[in-house]
Design a protein around this ligand. Structure first.
Ligand code: GDP
Length: 299
């Protein structure tokens, strides 16, 4: 458990010179919480989230009996570790919800450049190969001229069918056609890749709301770039308020971002991070492992 060791190391210094056994006092814990707070802010966790988290951990830790076999630093590190994993959504990964009458619509939303189209292809490949689902990919992006072509090429690479491109249709019309095709041709899942914009605007949100109303998606997955830190958190808040998010995909986890945004994501949307992207290749998609991200945040 690398997190445990890193944090224990950090916190053991804090406890040097303190009584080594017995219940943790308020003063002991306050010292340790300063370290935790710094580590989390350094990892880009939002200040409000850090405060809530630290308060929760402080309550759990004060009065905690330190057993003979471990040091106070290790005891607090374990409490912090467990609380962080809880806050990230618990130990287990949350699977995609495909519980609906097929074709099950999955709506992909997010800002341009977040990795939304790539992630659509990754999810399609994953469902097709691991779960033997018949998946249809459809780009509803009429904003960028090349977007629909990009998804088509991605679909070819993934070996998954994509909705034929019909120029001149609106996003809602494309969504309707995708669902009709899905029903007619017996698809299990239809992945709807919506247009991304450089910034959140009313037009984008209205468009997503219309597509939502048309298709009633089983999942509305928000794709965010882990490297953008606090911006990703603001994006998540805005999308969740405007259209409701059922799950988050964090891309670019292969970068050197410490991933603090992951913790804020959960706090801001109430939705679990379901998947993470870890590269440009179509198989670089993983289930979200709270314990790994916890390690990076406190690292
Ligand atoms: P969109 O505008 O949100 O649809 O973004 P794209 O899917 O076109 O992705 C933008 C760029 O990010 C592309 O070059 C992708 O290959 C790259 N990308 C997407 N996901 C990841 C990831 O998890 N890791 C890395 N390193 N690159 C990614």
């Amino acid at each position: 458990r690398p997190l445990f060791e890193a944090l224990s190391g950090k916190l053991s210094g804090v406890f040097d010179g303190l009584a080594k056994r017995g219940a943790l006092s308020e003063a002991d814990v306050a010292e340790a919480m300063r370290e935790v707070r710094l580590a989390m802010l350094d990892a880009d966790v939002a200040l409000s989230v850090v405060k809530d988290f630290v308060n929760k951990v402080r309550e759990r830790a004060v009065g905690h009996e330190v057993l003979d076999s471990i040091s106070p630093g290790q005891a607090v590190a374990k409490i912090v570790n467990d609380a962080l994993i809880d806050a990230l959504g618990g130990a287990g990964a949350v699977p995609l919800n495909l519980n609906a009458v097929p074709p099950v619509p999955i709506l992909m939303v997010g800002l341009q450049g977040s990795g939304k189209t790539t992630t659509s292809g990754k999810i399609a490949l994953r469902l097709a190969t691991r779960e033997r689902k018949k998946v249809l990919l459809a780009s509803l992006d009429t904003q960028r001229p090349a977007a629909q072509l990009q998804l088509q090429q991605l679909a070819e690479r993934a070996g998954v069918p994509s909705l034929p491109i019909v120029p001149g249709q609106t996003p809602v019309e494309i969504a309707r056609r995708a669902m009709d095709t899905g029903r007619r041709e017996g698809f299990d899942v239809v992945i709807l890749d919506t247009a991304g914009r450089l910034s959140i605007d009313e037009a984008l949100m209205n468009e997503v709301r219309e597509i939502r109303a048309e298709t009633s998606p089983a999942e509305t997955l928000l794709v965010v770039d882990a490297m953008t830190g606090q911006d990703a958190v603001n994006t998540a808040r805005a999308f969740n308020e405007a259209v409701g998010v059922t799950g988050v995909v964090m891309t670019r986890m292969d970068g050197d971002a410490r991933g603090g945004a992951a913790l804020s994501m959960r706090a801001v949307t109430g939705a679990p991070i379901k998947l993470t992207g870890s590269g440009e290749k179509l198989d670089a998609l993983e289930e979200f492992h709270p314990e790994r991200v916890a390690g990076r945040i406190l690292g």
